[in-house]
Ligand binder design. Structure first.
Ligand code: NI
Length: 170
């Protein structure tokens, strides 16, 4: 499993719903968490490792501060409520290394999903977690945070990533 970078077309694909949570999905979640921790990052969606099912993983614990890991694994996440209140935060993305930009999103969301045990769960998210879960669900719909920026800004960021990937043979 390897992280895929822009402008790979798999990042623009819409991922398909997961049928049931079996050992292969659990293994995928585990592998994705490992890739995310190694990067390091706080969220990773299936598209970013070349898989097109609706699976994402997140962990907002601060590993540098030696906090205990707090992984969240989601299959078929769906935003069932979003606030009118808006939040702006600077986002980055493991598929767009070295690039950051302010993104405007609903400040609070409620997300229904299936966890690694096949149980239906509801996540209420605010702040960084809200941005993160919306960012990852966007990935499953083929949307990147740079898609919220001007075409000019987006193209500059993609070109910078291409140069970086070439130089570092990422
Ligand atoms: Ni991302």
């Amino acid at each position: 499993m390897k992280i895929i970078y822009v402008p790979d077309p798999v990042l623009k694909e819409v991922a398909q719903p997961v049928g049931s949570i079996d050992d292969s999905i659990r293994q995928q979640m585990k592998d994705m968490l490992q890739v995310m921790y190694d990067a390091p990052g706080i969220g990773l969606a299936a598209n970013q490792v070349g898989l097109l099912n609706r699976v994402l993983v997140m962990d907002l614990s601060n590993r540098k501060e030696k906090e205990d890991p707090a992984p969240i694994c989601m299959a078929n996440p769906e935003i069932v409520w979003e606030s009118e209140e808006i939040s702006v935060l600077e986002e980055g993305c493991l598929s767009i290394p070295g690039q950051h930009g302010d993104v405007q999103r609903p400040a609070h969301v409620k997300v229904e999903y299936i966890d690694e045990n096949g149980q239906k769960q509801l996540l209420e998210a605010s702040g960084l977690l809200s941005h993160c879960v919306q960012h990852e669900i966007d990935h499953l719909n083929g949307v990147l945070f740079i898609d919220y920026m001007s075409k000019l800004k987006r193209n500059i960021m993609v070109r910078k990533v291409q140069k970086l990937v070439k130089q570092q043979e990422l």
